[in-house]
Design a protein around this ligand. Structure first.
Ligand code: SF4
Ligand code: SF4
Length: 301
């Protein structure tokens, strides 16, 4: 139910979901039925079909095979130490009789959500959940052997008994990951609360009013990314002139989009060319939240 509600919040927004929830099932019958059906579906997947979903639907395992090499650290069984596997016998010196540390209890297989035997090597179905590591460690504790028969290790670590090495590939992946994290953090830090797009209405050049002033018609689209409704107004910052809204102010609700149109009115004496760059300030209250530069057309002086 929690997953389903989170998914619905992603689709309809948190506030809308809250209202639907408060309204109760009778006010949103279709939504309620969909919620029950998908909750049942999720429950079925997690409780009864996790193995099938892991092996046949989820693409993670298939991607994993492409990215691995002998130095890749994965959940691995230490066959050098574990083989020859043989059942546990009390007070037996296993090393002396050629037996390894694996007592073939199959606990690592029983706990595996995808039903694989990690002792057969890394397999496509492994989702690195580490349940087999925990199961084997608890068995090792009980028979008085060191932990780590199943552990995070690379094929090279186990086969050649080499210690962990920070390889060139790991360095490269870490570098790419750090770069992506840097880009993500930068994007989050410079993310603005608003986004305004102002475009001259296509197909119209300019209009000349009776008082000699020149006007251009602009279309404006605003995105409010905050959780509060906003009062917005526009001012012409450069050159001197006026802005006249068409059809009233823009109503910008929380997390919403507002659209509108306005005329920019400029004295032609202030224009030297047919096309002049103008600056429009977007204000919320007394705060200038954005400055948009765009073109203004007029007669050539
Ligand atoms: S980590 Fe172990 S228990 Fe988990 S999927 Fe892989 S083999 Fe199975
Ligand atoms: S849990 Fe450990 S000891 Fe038991 S079968 Fe698996 S690897 Fe061997």
């Amino acid at each position: 139910m929690l997953i389903m509600h989170t998914f619905m919040a992603y689709l309809v927004g948190v506030n809308e979901l809250w209202e639907i929830t408060e309204g109760g099932p009778s006010e949103n019958t279709a939504g309620f039925i969909a919620m029950v059906v998908f909750t049942g579906l999720f429950y079925g997947v997690f409780s009864k079909m996790s193995e099938q979903v892991c092996t046949t639907i989820c693409p993670y395992g298939r991607l994993q095979g492409v990215l691995l090499d002998k130095q890749s650290v994965v959940v691995a069984y230490d066959y050098q130490r574990g083989e020859e596997r043989a059942k546990f016998r009390k007070d037996e010196d296993r090393q002396a009789v050629g037996k390894g540390d694996c007592i073939d209890c199959k606990q690592c297989v029983f706990v595996c959500p995808t039903g694989i035997d990690i002792r057969n090597g890394t397999q496509l179905e492994c989702v690195n959940c580490t349940a087999c590591i925990d199961a084997c460690d608890s068995i090792m504790d009980r028979i008085g052997k060191p932990r780590g028969l199943v552990r995070y290790a690379s094929e090279e670590n186990i086969a050649e008994n080499k210690p962990f090495r920070f390889t060139t590939r790991m360095r490269a992946y870490s570098g790419v990951l750090s770069m992506l994290l840097g880009v993500l953090i930068t994007l989050l830090l410079i993310r603005s609360d608003f986004e305004t797009t102002i475009l001259r209405t296509p197909g119209i050049l300019y209009q000349e009013r009776e008082d000699g002033m020149i006007t251009n018609l602009y279309q404006v689209k605003m995105v409010n990314k905050t959780n509060d409704p906003m009062d917005v107004r526009f001012e012409l910052l450069e050159p001197q002139g006026e802005i006249e809204m068409v059809g009233g102010e823009i109503d910008l609700v929380e997390q919403g989009i507002g659209e509108g149109a306005f005329f920019v009115i400029v004295d032609p004496d202030l224009m030297e060319k047919m096309s002049t760059m103008i600056s429009i300030g977007v204000y919320s209250g007394d705060n200038l939240v954005e400055t948009i530069d765009t073109k203004f057309l007029g007669p050539s002086n």
